[in-house]
Design a protein around this ligand. Structure first.
Ligand code: ADP
Ligand code: MG
Length: 248
């Protein structure tokens, strides 16, 4: 490894130790229309944390997730993920950067022309895993999410809860350091919502940093995790072992 590369890695490690694996430093984001979606947001998340992000619709939660994925760039302020200043990340480096992140959405976003196994294997093919690794890793992760018996199923034949498990397996199969979930239980019934949240908790306990955007008041109140509450693009509360703050 070159001296320069070594220095870069050391600098990123120091950044993570000091400011977190995720660090938004006075971040604002404006779209071309309307008031800013984020307005001076500062948030620091340490490696291994489990964090809920809550807030009314339109408060900027998804914008925050999209900034972390580098789908968007901040209008002002700095977004750091794993010590990388995302504004400085060159376009060619974005795919490699995203390997550190697993992501799941409310609407699952599966490939419906492929079966369960292929949906997960696909994520490994993108990063050019060997056929041997794929044959080992895909069944392992499907077992973790409780879908070992469903690997041949068409995604269209699955229940909502099962679809989200496939999405979770796909997000995790490349072993990301961070898992981002944007309303992962938004389309699920209470039982499946709890199952997914318990899986997210297990994944976190195994070392992954987990950030979950949710409207599920009951789950947030029961889990006693850190809760960041957004309102109109601003962080209005950030509590360890927090709960859902009721609107007046
Ligand atoms: P949340 O996820 O909390 O519901 P969003 O981050 O999606 O909030 O949206 C925050 C604000 O930014 C809202 O006012 C929304 O209308 C606006 N917004 C989100 N995405 C876009 C976009 N692509 N173009 C313009 N405005 C957007
Ligand atoms: Mg949203």
């Amino acid at each position: 490894m070159s001296k320069r590369k070594e220095m870069q890695i050391k600098k990123r490690q120091e950044m993570v130790e000091k400011n977190g694996i995720i660090y938004l430093d006075n971040v604002s984001k404006s779209y071309s229309t309307g008031s800013p979606a984020l307005n001076g947001v500062t948030v620091s998340i340490m490696p291994g944390e489990f964090v809920f992000i809550v807030g009314d619709s339109g408060s900027g939660k998804s914008t925050m997730i999209r900034l972390l994925l580098r789908e968007l760039t901040a209008t002002s302020g700095h977004v750091y993920v794993m010590g990388n200043d995302l504004a400085k990340l060159r376009h060619g480096k974005i795919p490699k950067f995203r390997r550190n992140l697993g992501v799941v959405f409310q609407d699952f976003r599966l490939l419906n022309d492929r079966n369960v196994y292929e949906n997960v294997a696909f994520a490994q093919r993108i990063i050019e895993k060997s056929a041997k690794d794929i044959r080992k890793n895909v069944p392992t992760i499907l077992a973790t999410v409780g879908l070992a018996g469903k690997y041949k199923a068409k995604t269209t034949e699955l229940s909502g809860g099962e679809k989200q498990r496939v999405a979770l397996a796909r997000a995790l199969v490349n072993r990301p350091s961070i898992l981002l979930a944007d309303e992962p239980t938004g389309n699920l019934d209470p039982k499946n919502s709890w199952d997914i949240m318990h899986l997210l908790e297990e994944i976190n306990e195994a070392g992954t940093t987990v950030v979950v955007v949710t409207h599920n008041r009951e789950i947030v109140n029961a889990m006693h995790k850190r809760v960041i509450t957004m309102k109109k693009g601003v962080v209005v509360s950030d509590q360890q072992e927090g709960g859902y703050i009721d609107e007046d």
